[in-house]
Design a protein around this ligand. Sequence first.
Ligand code: XIL
Length: 317
Amino acid sequence: AGLNTAAVALGKLYFGSATDNGELSDSAYVTQLSNTQDFGQITPGNSQKWDATEPSQNVFTYTNGDTIAKLAKTNGQKLRCHNLVWHNQLPNWVTSGSWTNATLIAALKNHITNVVTHYKGQCYAWDVVNEALNEDGTYRTSLWYNTIGEAYLPIAFAAAAAADPSVKLYYNDYNIEYSGAKATGALRIVKLVQSYGVKIDGVGLQAHFIVGSTPSRSNQASTMAAYTALGVEVAITELDIRMTLPSTAALLAQQSTDYASSVGACVDTKGCVGVTIWDWTDKYSWVPGTFSGQGAACPWDSNFVKKPAYTGILSAL
Ligand code: XIL
């Protein structure tokens, strides 16, 4: 059995991976990405973000996002769609526009309506709002929050729900996988959207972790349970576990244990629908480009050889 077949056998909906358009010219990469024994779901790492989909105001470009949606369809994989509202990867017309509350709400709704309508029927879920929180659980002072206030969250979820009533709508963030102020903030967001009478279906736990300092399986599971107690599902949406390079046998063994803790927490939680890793091979991981001196975060190495982490994940499923 592979990762996906084992997850599905346990009643999960999928085990999946992020991918990106530039990687799809690597045929050996595509072969493994398309192996539904391991991956029953894919997420576009970049090509559905705002800068990719609406580079100029009201001019929508879906070519790259469609390539990944089509690959998922061809392979019979679910698609997690990512993301609609974020403070990063915004085009210049958004970041340097001069906005009022009313004009920014109109631009936000127009973006969400267009993108969600375009992908209607193709996504299992949308990450509607990504990373709205500071580490202390207060709202991040993004353009969205500064101009619209916390109402931008229910406004975004309502626009997405109107455009595709069937797709699951998620709030997605990192460092909300364990108990603490930021997780409390995420719980507050779920309740906020619900208090507006607006649909929110899930909380996405990004799970960008560091080898040897991941939260315990029981803490991750109890934090998941706090979300599901509000009537929403959860998913691990961007799992990777990085280390300071070079990797050693000891670090790879600890990484295997750490992967098993996170995947195991999802197994322990009835409302956890699936796990997505933020690409499957170190060859294309975002980690070395973002965290200087760190890497080796994925379950397969840069030569597409399975690392101990692969076996660790499988042992948890
Ligand atoms: C990352 C992509 O993987 C990179 O290619 C890109 O340069 C930056 O964004 N949290 C998220 C993802 O929600 O969208 C981010 O993806 C990683 C952190």
